[in-house]
Every structure is written in C-alpha cells, then in structure tokens.
Write a protein that binds this ligand. Structure first.
Ligand code: ZN
Length: 139
C-alpha cells in the first residue's frame, strides 16, 4: 500500500498536517538551532554529546522573502517564492513558500508549515516536502 514519505526525513516529521521541524537543543546553554548539525553548540561550544533533539513547531513570522523568476535547477519550476521564517521556537529557517509570487506577502506575516506532494518514489509512495504558507488572520 502506498504511504507518504518525507523528501528530507532528517529535517522534519510528517506525522501531522503542520509538520514539526527536527531541531536540536544544547543541554548546556539552552540554545536551539536548525538544521541539525553534528559539530556541537554554535553558541557556547559544548560538545556534540550535549546536544539533544528538539521538535520545533512549524509556525513563525515571515522575516524576508524573494520571488525567483528564472530557475534552471531541477525539482521546482519558476516562479516560486523563498522566505526566511523566524520560528516561534527561535531559529530562522529558509523555505520555499506555497505562494508562487510575493503578492499579498508582508514581512511580519504569520506563517506555518504544510506538506506538499512533490512526486512519487520507486516504491510508489507519495513523496512530500515541507513548505511554509501564510496563516490567514482569524478575526
Ligand atoms: Zn550551548
């Protein structure tokens, strides 16, 4: 039976519709970072054995964005918009946004993570990627 699999399972979990990001936390100083790396703490220099996994909520604030109109790489067709989102849990992440253009986007907009289908792998499973989308204000 076909399943849903993450294109980059080391970076995020797909167990919910608003996926969490797989960050890391320094036990020594509390610094939280993303993406995971194995060098130790970037803030206090603690060794890698002081770093623990930290699930970061896929929500935050749009800090900057740019629309790519010409792109010759594989996997994504221009135009598309890339944004930097400062997560509520601390780290800033760069992500492709679901909006193809920057129309209606403003720095400071609330954003949240979503999964989009990007293809099917050899086993017939649906491959999903993490993107960010604007959280519509509820008034
Ligand atoms: Zn630290």
């Amino acid at each position: 039976m076909a399943e849903r699999v993450a294109a980059q399972p080391e970076l995020y979990s797909i167990s919910s519709e608003h996926p969490a990001l797989n960050g890391r936390r320094c036990v020594a100083c509390g610094y939280v970072f993303f993406p995971p790396q194995s060098y130790g703490c970037e803030s206090c220099g603690a060794l890698p054995d002081q770093i623990e996994p930290a699930q970061l909520a896929g929500s935050g604030v749009l800090n900057s964005f740019a629309t790519v109109h010409l792109h010759q790489g594989k996997g994504i067709e221009a135009p598309f918009t890339v944004g930097v989102i400062v997560l509520d849990d601390g780290p800033a992440v760069r992500s492709v946004l679901t909006a193809r253009t920057d129309e209606g986007l403003r720095n400071g907009d609330r954003m949240h993570s979503v999964l989009t289908t990007c293809g099917t792998n050899e086993e017939g499973n649906e491959v999903v990627e993490l993107r960010f989308t604007k959280t519509e204000a509820t008034r």
